[in-house]
Design a protein around this ligand. Structure first.
Ligand SMILES: Cc1ncc(COP(=O)(O)O)c(C=O)c1O
Length: 367
């Protein structure tokens, strides 16, 4: 693994200041004392990554990322286990997706070893920032953006890779609450050949107006349909979707196929592997909005849930369009959803064995 140098902060926050944050971390509000930084230039390629004190970076007004949007990111979590060690969940998958996002956006690929070495180095230095209460974690945010200045439209010849860390509390303050979703008809998130499967900043900017529309209709999240026919379910806000057909011993899962317009979620991939091992067959397929509505009405679809790093698994209780509203089962958290969530969280947090080798040690227990 490449060496990552460390330049420690001379003014880290006090124990008391940190304790106050860790008592109620929220999400993405407070960054730790350090970050990782590495620069890529066309002439020299990647400079060695370094842990440095967390600080603003200076942006020139002609910065090309501001104008033309070469900016990508990732999101993953590290958990403190009962033995005091700190482990990440499948960080290699985030490293690989970061590389694919970079390629799609004509940006340089950060070697996956550098991505992983950066996680180790930052968590090693800022390990005291990992919260320990149930359902808490250290959220890790790698990002890369263009830093060349100029107004010509072309790939920049200079980029910064940064890795930030931020303590995260339980995603839902009141526990596992089903969400109400708004099926967007006016807007699409991604089109064939577009950037839907890349984790680029612009995808999220383009989603905000639809999210506002969802909220105006009393919904928590947007569900996206395909761009060509407005008929096929793609994904939800920042999460992938699963449909539970049947119930009890007959339950099986279907998740929309990866068409190039969806983000290939790490959680989605993990559930496709884990569910069959729990006796719940799972497959990828096309699911239409009409199938969803009629499946719920006939009782064939018993539960629907969303999955992603932030909230792991979230039940979808109610779906709404301009003309229609339908409720999944009783509108609560179904038994398959609850079981899968418990199984996955148990692996992530070390409460259950990890037969898949998904959890990766970032820092040994503190001495
Ligand atoms: C648009 C979108 N879909 C799905 C996901 C879920 O992906 P993951 O399970 O890798 O967090 C995310 C979150 O990264 C997302 O932003």
């Amino acid at each position: 693994m490449p060496a990552v140098g460390v330049r420690r902060s001379l003014s880290p926050r006090s124990h008391a200041e940190r304790a106050e944050v860790l008592a109620a971390p929220g999400f993405g509000r407070v960054m730790t004392d350090h970050m990782v930084i590495a620069e890529w230039t066309h002439e020299h390629g990647w400079a060695p990554a370094e842990v440095v004190p967390y600080a603003p970076v200076q942006i020139d007004p002609a910065n090309m990322a501001l104008h033309y949007g070469q900016s990508i990111f990732e999101g993953l979590k590290a958990y403190q286990w009962a033995d005091g060690s700190i482990r990440a969940f499948r960080p290699d998958r985030n490293a690989a997706r970061f590389a694919r996002s970079a390629t799609r956006m004509a940006m340089p690929v950060l070697p996956e070893e550098t991505f992983l070495a950066s996680l180790h180095a930052l968590v090693g230095v800022d390990r005291a920032w990992v919260p320990t209460a149930p359902e808490t974690s250290l959220y890790l945010r790698p990002l890369m953006f263009a830093t060349e200045n100029g107004l010509g439209v072309r790939p920049a010849n200079r980029y910064l890779f940064l890795l930030l860390a931020s303590p995260a509390g339980p995603y839902f303050a009141r526990g596992l609450n089903p969400v109400t979703v708004w099926v967007s008809d006016d807007y699409v998130r991604a089109a064939p050949g577009g950037t839907g499967e890349a984790k680029c900043a612009g995808n999220y900017a383009a989603s905000l107006v639809a999210q506002a529309e969802a909220m105006a209709h009393g919904c928590d999240q947007v569900v996206w349909l395909d761009a060509a026919e407005h008929a096929w379910i793609e994904e939800m806000g920042g999460m992938n979707l699963f449909f539970v057909y049947g119930s009890g011993a007959d339950a099986h899962l279907v998740t929309p196929s990866l068409t190039g317009a969806l983000l290939p979620g790490v959680t989605r991939d993990s559930l496709l592997r884990l569910a069959p091992d729990l006796g719940i067959p799972a497959r990828e397929d096309r699911i239409s909005l009409a199938d969803w509505r009629s499946g719920v009405q006939s009782g064939d679809i018993s539960e629907v849930f969303a999955c992603g790093t932030a909230a792991v698994i979230t039940p979808v209780g109610t779906a709404r369009t301009r003309t229609d509203t339908w409720v999944m089962g009783e509108g609560g958290t179904g038994p398959v959803t609850a079981r899968l969530r418990e199984a996955l969280v148990s692996i992530q947090t070390g409460r259950a064995a990890d037969p898949y080798g998904w959890t990766v040690l970032l820092a040994e227990p503190a001495a």
